[in-house]
Design a binder for this molecule. Structure first.
Ligand code: ATP
Ligand code: MG
Length: 138
């Protein structure tokens, strides 16, 4: 059964010119791009996206980073998309990320870690709806 997940090529990776290489990894791993757009978000919009982390000490810095420049938002589809993307991304902290993962290759730090991927069915649904309208997913 195919499944959809939400992903962001974060502002650090976009700024460094890694968007194309990261998309190539995603396609090579068998994901279909359902929807994709380059966008810049405000600090308030970043706070809404990462609201689950609002009590964490890194929340102010994370939301400043996510609103610091253009990023690529996308909806991806394949069987087991949510878990498979998390595996392809690697650990949150690139120092702990496995060889061959996107974060191992492209992340600079635990915060500026190149890519986001939804962590469960319910968060994928929320995140897709946060950034994409129904007509963009047809
Ligand atoms: P994401 O939700 O972006 O896919 P994740 O699920 O691997 O990443 P989370 O715990 O959900 O990690 O944290 C969300 C984001 O917050 C991380 O990707 C990273 O950018 C930032 N972050 C997490 N932990 C820290 C930390 N200790 N210090 C600074 N930033 C952090
Ligand atoms: Mg997360």
């Amino acid at each position: 059964m195919s499944q959809r997940t939400f992903s962001i090529i974060k502002p650090d990776a976009f700024r460094k010119g890694h968007a194309g290489a990261i998309l190539a990894e995603i396609e090579k791993a068998g994901f279909r791009i359902v929807a994709i757009k380059k966008m810049s978000i405000s600090k308030t919009q970043a706070e809404g996206f990462y609201y689950v982390h609002k009590e964490r000490p890194f929340f102010p810095s994370l939301t400043t980073f996510m609103s610091s420049g253009p990023m690529i938002a996308m909806v991806l589809e394949k069987g087991n998309a949510i878990a498979d993307l998390r595996k392809l991304m690697g650990a949150t902290n690139p120092a702990n990320a496995e060889e061959g993962t996107i974060r191992k290759k492209f992340a600079g730090s635990i915060e500026e870690n190149a890519i986001h991927g939804s962590d469960a069915e319910d968060t994928a649904k929320f995140e897709i709806g946060y950034f994409f309208a129904g007509y963009e997913l047809a």
